[in-house]
Write a protein that binds this ligand. Sequence first.
Ligand code: SF4
Ligand code: FE
Length: 484
Amino acid sequence: MPLMTGDQYVESIRKMNWNIYMAGKKVENHVDNPVLRPSLNCLRLSYDMALMPEYEDLLTTTSNLTGHKINRFSTIHQSVDDLIKKNQMQRLMGQMTGSCFQRCVICDGSNALYATTYEVDQKYGTSYFENFKKFMIHVQDEDLIVGGALTDPKGDRTIPPRQQEDPDMYLHVVERRPDGVVVRGAKAHLTGITNAHEVFVMPTMALKPGDEDYAIAFAVPCDTPGITMIVGRQSCDTRKLEGCPIDCGNVNYGGVEALTIFDNVFVPNERIFLNGETEFAGVVVERFAGYHRNSYGGCKSGVGDCVIGAAALVAEYNGVSKVSHINDKLIEMIHLNETLYSCGIASATLGTKTAAGNYYIDNLLANVCKQNVTRFPYEICRLAEDIAGGIMVTAPSEKDLRNEVTGPYIEKYLKGANGVDAETRLRALRLVENLTLGTAAVGFRTESMHGAGSPQAQRIMIRRQADLEGKKAFARHLAGIKEF
Ligand code: SF4
Ligand code: FE
């Protein structure tokens, strides 16, 4: 099947039999729901851009499985160039949406599973690699989106899955049948899951013998019976219901996350990619995390471009764009943002081939990238708020601007320098607010902290991969110290 248009994608999502709850109610038509539609629009754009000649090179590629033309988000990386292009595509998509655009999990999850299922089969003679390749051909040829499910609720963090008082605190197999397994549990923070056709489920961490029922990886359609999604709320989300697009800051695009319940969900054998091989749980998680930590160098720098642009616009509208300390702050924001991108590109550039034949990023540099992402967007936001001024959070609503009594006052007193009208200035201020404190702040600020793993997870990986003994040897050599 040829690549879908954005409209075809939207209709393909509409046709599915969803089980989504939000704000205490079942959502009957989430495709047209004003709170959820902006997140769908990001994915829709990823389809439309793939069909535009100017973006074709970045957003499409050739499948190593079929030779067919596919969306780059669904590719199995065949070279370092593929890894670099993923980051370039993510930066572009971040710039176009000012938001988490939600499609990267398929790319990062599928490459992690491709490399890992191959290795499991080599060791155990299983057929997970074949299962996985068949699944990916289906995804690539139908031009589907696959969401990713990793993070279990975890219960008491100090004890392993098998010892939890409630065994469902980690998703696990509850029944084994000749034709498949039945699983139960929940996965948290599922990015873009209400806009995906299928969902990959993987373990959340390394597991030990005794946790076999928790060492399960598979994919099922998002409307499989037993799956319930509970949408997470975002700061200022109900502004989208007020009919005031200016107050939303970025009314067309946004992200979505949901707590997703798997209540006795059946998984057929051909959709199982890991089933009890506990020593590979940590391998697949580490690979996925590495790919996704590299991805943040692309997407967050793209959204960072929007934050920097919005702050620069506010400065211009206030007539202070030539003031030296304002310029210095913008330079600092650019420096931080390009550092994030550099880390992503560096970890892609030093990528290497796996035994399965796909390419994997440099994991140490990917973790350094994500560790920087837990910090720099906060400083970029701080500087954007500094430049924007307090009016960013005290400005009246669009309804006041449209009111016949208050409107003229707002137009008179909130206009900017050099003939900039109040509405133009308010639009830029609301965008800064949206990106730093509003719905997009989930994707730019807090997701920068916790998405793809919280900061401590990267510090553990950095320590594990940095050759400290090698560094000590360099120091001993220079200092003339003999080894004990
Ligand atoms: Fe993609 Fe970034 Fe969103 Fe992850 S956080 S899905 S890498 S846009
Ligand atoms: Fe994320």
